[in-house]
Design a protein around this ligand. Structure first.
Ligand SMILES: Cc1cc2nc3c(=O)[nH]c(=O)nc-3n(C[C@H](O)[C@H](O)[C@H](O)COP(=O)(O)OP(=O)(O)OC[C@H]3O[C@@H](n4cnc5c(N)ncnc54)[C@H](O)[C@@H]3O)c2cc1C
Length: 445
């Protein structure tokens, strides 16, 4: 038997794949990491493709387990709340946590990927094959076919793990073999990246916040970068009269932004060029089942359950997958035929829960955050958190600042709301009773 037959193949050296390689090598496995792109540590970043992301507790928890959290956090920019930009008037800051000091962290996606790649390749037992795009897989034998600059090559592995993202070729191969069912729900919104460069050598906006321009049918956000620029992401419908394609000329682009995002105009000198040349990315939710086949092929991260980005959780959730698979391997003594189904059983409710919360958060971010009623609700929520520490915790805190399983977050928030409903109903009943008694006394006098 060739040494390849003993290897675990991880297909896709993105965020989940590199972290997974680290965890597997720590368990003593021989790992072959296959990546369709050239080595990103030597290449250029693709234009307009989300260069930063928000890392929060779930992702940090995973990085801590391989001792990479401190290194990654050196270049992170903490964002303690949302800065809401109305069409007219001053921006308003809304803290993410009751204490005001908890933060999600803006980090460079490329730097994070490279740090994970460095960590993986530094471990004995990990080898990486760049420029290897998986195009074929025999789920029964683990034989993989790759397209490379030198032509097609084949390789074998004991177990094949697909961490090749939302458009996973590994998932596609399982589908083609009738071993899996999938559903892809594309949003009728796409996204385009724009840039706010540094101004006079400094950040042009407050770097301690995630900036949001909620506009109902559209929305823009901006996250700070270590080079003092901001990456803006504009979310807008992909079809229709009010959509990306509706702005056909520089004048139309400038007019639109002057009307809807007036404070952006003086901050974004390359707005028209960015708008005309950066691609429109698609957004959607991927669901599939099962996440494994024949006990030797498995899916993790976006390949199994891609979600829309509105809770900033896709990568955090993918990292959490790796931690859970590692736990399952512990419990199953590295028996993959037992660990892979157990992994799906443990994670599927959680990934479904965050998929739904991420969709709901889109409505909150683009429609609700600007409303005075929503802002009052957040203040009441933070007051409750301070009054009932540990007993009332907001959904945002549970998702972003804890590792409480996502499905448990949903159940706990429901219980909290029910309890509040009972208290509010009780208080209302007491009030009605008191008012009734007072009125009765008034009539008797
Ligand atoms: C606009 C936007 C903003 C986001 N913001 C956040 C955020 O703030 N916080 C957060 O946690 N998440 C965020 N996400 C989600 C996050 O990017 C993903 O959930 C995360 O990257 C998933 O990691 P992954 O490793 O599963 O997949 P990916 O990061 O997509 O990695 C897949 C890898 O597989 C490789 N590959 C693909 N096909 C093949 C093949 N056939 N053969 C070999 N290799 C292949 C790819 O080149 C890539 O390297 C955002 C996503 C978008 C689109």
């Amino acid at each position: 038997m060739s040494p390849e037959h003993d290897e675990i193949a991880v297909v896709g050296a993105g965020l989940a794949g590199c972290l997974l390689a680290c965890f597997l090598a720590q368990r003593g496995h021989q790992v072959a990491l296959y990546e369709r792109r050239p080595d990103p540590r030597t290449g250029r970043v693709e234009r307009g493709r989300s260069i930063n992301l928000a890392l929060s507790e779930r992702g940090l928890d995973a990085l801590r387990r391989i001792g990479l959290d401190e290194q990654v956090m050196t270049d992170a920019l903490p964002m303690r709340g949302r800065m809401i930009h109305p069409v007219a008037g001053e921006p308003q800051f809304q803290s993410y946590s009751a204490s005001g000091d908890r933060a999600i962290n803006s980090i460079s996606r490329g730097a994070l990927n490279n740090a994970l790649l460095d960590a993986a390749t530094a471990l004995p037992g990990v080898r990486v094959a760049f420029d290897h795009r998986l195009v074929g897989l025999d789920p029964a034998t683990g034989e993989m076919t790759f397209e490379t600059p030198q032509g097609k090559v084949t390789a074998n592995a004991r177990v094949v793990l697909g961490t090749d993202g939302a458009g996973s070729a590994v998932r596609g191969q399982l589908l083609a073999n009738g071993l899996l069912e999938e559903s892809l729900d594309f949003l009728d919104y796409g996204y385009k990246e724009l840039t706010i460069p540094p101004m006079g050598g400094d950040f042009a906006l407050d770097p301690d916040a995630l900036h949001i321009w909620p506009r109902g049918t559209s929305m823009m956000i901006a996250l700070p970068n270590p080079d003092r620029s901001f990456t803006c992401t504009l979310f807008w419908p992909t079809h229709g009269t009010s959509a990306f394609a509706s702005l056909g000329s520089p004048a139309a682009i400038e007019r639109h932004f002057a009307e809807h995002y007036p404070d952006l105009i003086p901050l974004a000198p390359n707005l028209v060029d960015d708008y005309q040349h950066n691609p429109v990315g698609v957004l959607g939710t991927v669901r599939c089942t099962p996440w494994q086949a024949t006990g030797r092929v498995g899916l993790l991260g976006d390949a199994a359950h891609a979600i829309v980005p509105f809770y900033g959780q896709g990568a955090n959730c993918a990292f959490e997958d790796v931690v859970e698979l590692d736990r399952c391997l512990d419990e199953c003594g590295d028996d993959w035929t037992a660990a892979l189904p157990l992994f799906q059983q443990r994670r599927q409710d959680d990934t479904e829960a965050i998929a739904r919360m991420a969709l709901a958060n889109f409505v909150e971010m683009r429609d609700k955050v600007a409303s005075p009623l929503f802002q009052l609700g957040r203040k009441v929520e933070h007051a409750l958190e301070r009054a009932l520490p540990g007993r009332y915790v907001s959904r945002y805190e549970l998702v972003s600042f804890s590792t409480t399983p996502y499905a448990e977050v949903v159940r706990r928030v429901r219980r909290q709301h029910q309890a509040l409903g009972v208290v509010a109903a009780g208080a209302a009943a007491l009030l009605v009773g008191a008012v009734g008694a007072a009125l009765g006394r008034g009539r008797r006098r």
